[in-house]
Design a protein around this ligand. Structure first.
Ligand code: GLU
Length: 304
C-alpha cells in the first residue's frame, strides 16, 4: 500500500474544501489559529511515518488529551475508576449538563467534559505532581521532551469556562469530586492546552494499536484487556455525539478535539492523525472527518 501517495492525494483533494466549517470560538485563544492549516500523518507500527501538509506543526490537542488521562488513570488505579465514570455514549454534546443531574453526578463516559474532569480529580488524588507527571507520561509515549502546555490557552479557558465550572460544582454536590474545584479545573485546562503535531499524536497513540505496549521501547503501559477497553471507549464516545457517524463512515476507533485534531487507530497496523481547525456542527474537524472517511474507503481498511 502506497500510504504516501494516498495521503498526498487526500490532502490535495480535501484542501479544496478548506473554507467549510468554523473554528471554535468559545475559547477565544483558539480562534487566533490560522484556520487554513491542514495536516495528515500516518505512523505505522513498523516505525514508518507518512505526512502531508502541516503535519509537523503544533496545535492545541484539547479533548484528545482525555485519552492520555484515561490511560494514566487506568495504569495507576486499574478498573476501579469505572465506579465513578460510566462507559456509554452520551448522545449529547461534549459539554452538556443535562444527563449529569439525573444520573447523580456520574458522567456517562470519560470523554465528555464531566467524565474527563472526574478522571482529573482521580489523578490529582493519586499523583504527587499531576501536571508534571502527565507531561512526562505523554513525552514518554512520543520519545521527546518537546511537548508543553500552552499557558495562554489555559488562561483563556479559565476565564471563559463557565460550563466546565458548572460540571465540577454539580459533581462535587453529588460527592463525585474529591479535590478543590479550582485545582481540578486547573489540571483539566492544562492537559487540554497541550500542544502536539499530527506526527507526535500518531506516535503517541501507537500503544493502542499495539495491545498496550509502546512500540519504540517495548514498554507495556496497560494490559491487553485495558488497551481493548480504551479503544472501545474511543469507538463509542470519541467523537462526541457524532461517534456513531464516525464508526459508520470511518470504521476505526478515534478521538477528536476542538482544536481540530482527530486521531484514529487501526489495531496492529497504524495510527492516523488529521488536523484542520475548522469544525463541523458537532464540534469535530470538518476536513479531518472527510479525509479519514476517504482514507478508509480508499485503503479498504476498517476494524469491521
Ligand atoms: N477544553 C475544552 C473544553 O473544556 C475541550 C473540549 C473538546 O476538545 O472537546 O471545552
Amino acid at each position: 500500500m502506497d500510504y504516501q501517495k494516498i495521503i498526498d492525494g487526500l490532502h490535495q483533494k480535501h484542501s479544496k474544501e478548506i473554507n467549510k466549517g468554523k473554528v471554535a470560538s468559545y475559547i477565544p485563544e483558539l480562534k487566533k489559529i490560522d484556520s487554513n492549516k491542514f495536516g495528515i500523518n500516518l505512523f505505522t507500527l513498523s516505525n514508518q511515518s507518512f505526512g502531508a501538509g502541516d503535519y509537523q506543526e503544533k496545535f492545541s490537542i484539547q479533548s484528545i488529551s482525555k485519552v492520555f488521562a484515561l490511560t494514566l488513570a487506568l495504569k495507576e488505579m486499574g478498573e476501579k475508576i469505572w465506579k465513578r465514570v460510566g462507559i456509554e455514549p452520551s448522545g449529547d454534546p461534549f459539554n452538556s449538563l443535562v444527563q449529569l443531574e439525573f444520573e447523580k453526578g456520574i458522567p456517562r463516559n470519560p470523554f465528555i467534559n464531566s467524565g474527563a474532569l472526574v478522571i482529573c480529580d482521580m489523578l490529582i488524588s493519586k499523583l504527587k505532581s499531576p501536571k508534571t507527571e502527565f507531561l512526562t507520561f505523554v513525552r514518554k509515549l512520543v520519545n521527546t521532551k518537546d511537548i508543553y502546555f500552552n499557558e495562554k490557552i489555559v488562561a483563556s479557558e479559565k476565564k471563559h469556562g463557565f460550563k466546565n465550572a458548572a460540571h465540577v460544582n454539580l459533581m462535587k454536590s453529588f460527592g463525585n469530586i474529591k479535590n478543590e474545584i479550582d485545582v481540578v479545573l486547573d489540571f483539566y485546562y492544562h492537559m487540554c492546552s497541550m500542544e502536539m503535531t499530527c506526527e507526535e499524536l500518531s506516535k503517541s497513540f501507537l500503544l493502542f494499536a499495539n495491545d498496550g505496549i509502546i512500540p519504540y521501547n517495548n514498554e507495556r503501559i496497560v494490559s491487553l484487556r485495558v488497551s481493548k477497553r480504551i479503544n472501545s471507549s474511543m469507538q463509542l464516545c470519541g467523537l462526541y455525539d457524532e461517534a456513531g457517524q464516525f464508526a459508520f463512515k470511518v470504521g476505526l476507533p478515534g478521538k477528536s478535539g476542538v482544536g481540530g485534531g482527530i486521531v484514529a487507530i487501526h489495531p496492529d497496523l497504524y495510527c492516523i492523525t488529521t488536523w484542520s481547525p475548522k469544525l463541523n456542527k458537532k464540534g469535530n474537524s470538518y476536513l479531518g472527518f472527510k479525509a479519514l472517511e476517504a482514507f478508509t474507503t480508499i485503503t479498504e481498511a476498517s476494524i469491521f
